[in-house]
Write a protein that binds this ligand. Structure first.
Ligand SMILES: CC(C)(COP(=O)(O)OP(=O)(O)OC[C@H]1O[C@@H](n2cnc3c(N)ncnc32)[C@H](O)[C@@H]1OP(=O)(O)O)[C@@H](O)C(=O)NCCC(=O)NCCS
Length: 212
């Protein structure tokens, strides 16, 4: 039997990831949460504070999954877990369709109903959320998040840490720059630069940049 998984995070996103991990036969030992997280998450005990991670590693735990919705935090905690020597496992729904020719990183989540097509690349710690479609030759960057029901045509490139809100669409070959946010329902028809927020149909960069 495989060693159990430590889940970092105890929020709604963590709940989905826990059920995903369980659906693929993983055992979740505990969650590591912070502050206002409850004592349990889907019945799994929640330890309060990242300091527990080093202790768990010292005690022999070796596998972890970062279930944090914030791209920045997910990248940071993923790096920390690697420094501690944890293996970052993948949480890929049995109800997702993932091409055998796709390249998958580690620590990624691919939710139910998602489709990842031929020769797509999903970077470490990325999320392809419920029902999102990532078509052939797309590149999803490290710790990027493609929210539920997004539809990416072929050869789309999403930069590291970028976030596509629910229901975004992207035409073939467009690029979204690293750390950018694209609002829910946007249609991306041309390149979005790094570190901006873009919204609308077609997607346009907002002048006012939100706090990230
Ligand atoms: C784009 C987004 C991040 C902007 O959030 P924000 O920084 O709080 O921005 P504001 O709400 O102040 O909106 C700024 C402007 O953009 C407009 N706007 C915001 N989101 C928009 C959207 N999705 N589509 C079209 N216009 C949008 C607002 O109406 C506002 O316009 P105004 O200045 O003319 O009044 C947010 O609205 C959004 O779409 N988030 C996606 C959330 C999501 O999909 N989560 C999935 C989790 S799995």
């Amino acid at each position: 039997m495989k060693p159990p998984v430590i889940v970092v995070g105890a929020s709604g996103h963590a709940k989905v990831c826990i059920e995903l991990l369980q659906a693929i036969g993983e055992t979740v030992l505990c969650c590591v949460g912070a502050g206002d997280d409850g004592a349990t998450c889907l019945g799994i005990p929640v330890l309060d504070g990242d300091h527990h991670l080093a202790r768990l590693r010292d005690e022999g735990q070796s596998r972890a999954f970062v279930a944090l919705g914030s791209n920045r935090l997910r990248a940071r905690l993923g790096g920390y877990l690697r420094e501690l020597g944890f293996e970052l496992v993948n949480a890929i729904s049995p109800h997702a369709v993932v091409s055998p020719s796709a390249t998958l990183g580690s620590g990624i989540a691919i939710m139910a109903g998602a489709v990842v097509n031929a020769d797509a690349t999903i970077g470490d710690l990325a999320i392809v959320n419920t029902g999102a479609t990532v078509d052939h030759d797309c590149i999803i960057g490290v710790a990027a998040h493609v929210a539920p029901q997004c539809a990416l045509a072929g050869n789309v490139s999403i930069g590291d840490g970028a976030f596509l809100g629910v229901g975004c669409k992207a035409v073939p070959w467009v690029e979204v720059g690293a750390q950018s946010t694209v609002g829910a329902g946007a249609v991306i028809i041309s390149a979005i630069p790094p570190r901006v927020t873009a919204v609308g149909v077609p997607a346009r960069v907002l002048n006012k940049q939100p706090n990230k």
